[in-house]
Ligand binder design. Structure first.
Ligand SMILES: NC(=O)c1ccc[n+]([C@@H]2O[C@H](COP(=O)([O-])OP(=O)(O)OC[C@H]3O[C@@H](n4cnc5c(N)ncnc54)[C@H](O)[C@@H]3O)[C@@H](O)[C@H]2O)c1
Length: 356
């Protein structure tokens, strides 16, 4: 492909402006042709701010533009599957934000259409492009931890529910709460580092407790506060615990947007027979080992790369060379299986066997 790759941004909100658009603007041989948002001012503002592209307010208008190669789907979760599928069927490649979809059946349909059409369908699993994560993966691959038999993730905030009452806390829009919004990153990262083990069973409880009374919810800070709706809907998990058996390590986790425990924890413990690693989410890690009969602790410090940029550059590379990378839908679907099984387990209060 010698011409520029022409991209449309679908949904010009936070993640589009903070990650996708700057990355495409930096990528050589890429042109953003359209900024699309159902809120016209957002599409117009992007054209104005970035000095390129045309504003559109309905993505159907550009589906059949023969010049358009690919899209970034940066809308809320409820539109991920429908927009991705429409563009794939129109012959375009897609980078869709995480989670792949609200429920497993939507993610499986996206995968089916990707296979059927041959479109590249990547999911925004940005951690797979981070320096530290790839270093941990390499150490596990190289056997430095021995057999990794248990991985524990803690993604806990004190009292921090994003945009309470708005899109984030409506099941119909988001598919779930802390698990699907934050947990998705941790589970994906674990599967990646551990060589994509297949989930077998899952057991969990997802609690919808602290945010239910929106008006009385007490908090110190809140992400996406501008989307808060006092008369909105709150029907998702504000905390979650789970245990997943895979054909590799057991995965367990404690996650919370909000818990009445003043601890903010965002780390993953990879526990192996020869050594262990505590990886701070989006941060550095410590390797615990044994050497010459002594216990060792090796702290690492890395210059952090911009994983969003790497994710977008790699997507462009996939488009040009018709290859798949580590963000391909086939990997994300396994995470969707786990999320669905945990929510099903919570609803049915029993362990779920993950069928395939
Ligand atoms: N990878 C990450 O680290 C990361 C971080 C933040 C958000 N996200 C994901 O990105 C997605 C968007 O989150 P956000 O915080 O940017 O939300 P946002 O509300 O800031 O932006 C979403 C935009 O999509 C627009 N939109 C909705 N439906 C549309 C449609 N049918 N056509 C065109 N535009 C439409 C909205 O008007 C809004 O401007 C979510 O799925 C979220 O999970 C990922």
């Amino acid at each position: 492909m010698s011409k520029d790759v022409k991209i449309a941004i679908i949904g010009c909100g936070t993640i589009a402006n903070s990650a996708h658009i700057p990355a495409y603007l930096k990528a050589p041989g890429v042109e953003i042709k359209y900024f699309c948002d159902i809120i016209p001012e957002r599409a117009d503002a992007a054209v104005e701010k970035y000095g390129c592209g045309t504003a559109v307010y309905d993505y159907h208008e550009i589906l059949n533009d023969p010049e358009l190669d690919a899209v970034s789907v940066c809308t809320h979760n409820d539109f991920h599957s429908i927009i991705s599928i429409d563009f794939m069927r129109a012959g375009k490649d897609v980078l869709c934000e995480k989670p792949a979809a609200r429920i497993l059946s939507e993610a499986l349909e996206m995968q089916r259409v990707a296979h059927e059409t041959g479109a590249i369908l990547n999911i925004g699993v940005c951690n797979r492009f981070g320096t530290q994560v790839n270093q941990v993966k390499k150490m596990i691959d190289d056997g430095e931890l021995g057999e990794v038999y248990h991985v524990y993730a803690s993604f806990r905030a004190y009292r921090s529910i994003p945009g309470i009452g708005g899109d984030f806390t409506r099941k119909a829009s988001a598919g779930g709460g802390a698990l699907i919004d934050w947990g998705v990153h941790y589970i994906d990262l674990i599967l990646y580092c551990c060589g994509e083990p297949k989930p077998i069973t899952a057991s969990g409880e997802a609690f919808c407790k602290l945010g239910k009374n929106i008006k009385d919810y007490v908090y110190t800070s809140m992400w996406a506060e501008e989307t808060k709706e006092e008369d909105g809907v709150y029907d998702v998990d504000d905390s979650v615990v789970g245990l997943v058996r895979t054909d590799g390590p057991v995965i367990s986790f404690n996650g919370a947007w909000a818990q009445n425990i003043n601890q903010k924890e965002t780390y993953i413990d990879f526990i192996g027979t020869k050594g262990g690693i505590r990886l701070q989410y989006c941060g550095d890690f410590v390797y615990y080992g044994v050497k010459n009969g002594m216990l060792t602790e090796t702290a690492t410090s890395y210059r952090k790369n911009n994983f969003y940029e790497e994710e977008v550059l790699s997507f462009v590379d996939c488009i040009k060379n018709r290859t798949h990378n580590q963000a391909y839908i086939d990997y994300a679907v396994e995470t969707s299986r786990i999320l669905q099984a945990i929510y099903d387990s919570s609803e049915q209060h029993r362990e779920i066997v993950i069928e395939r």
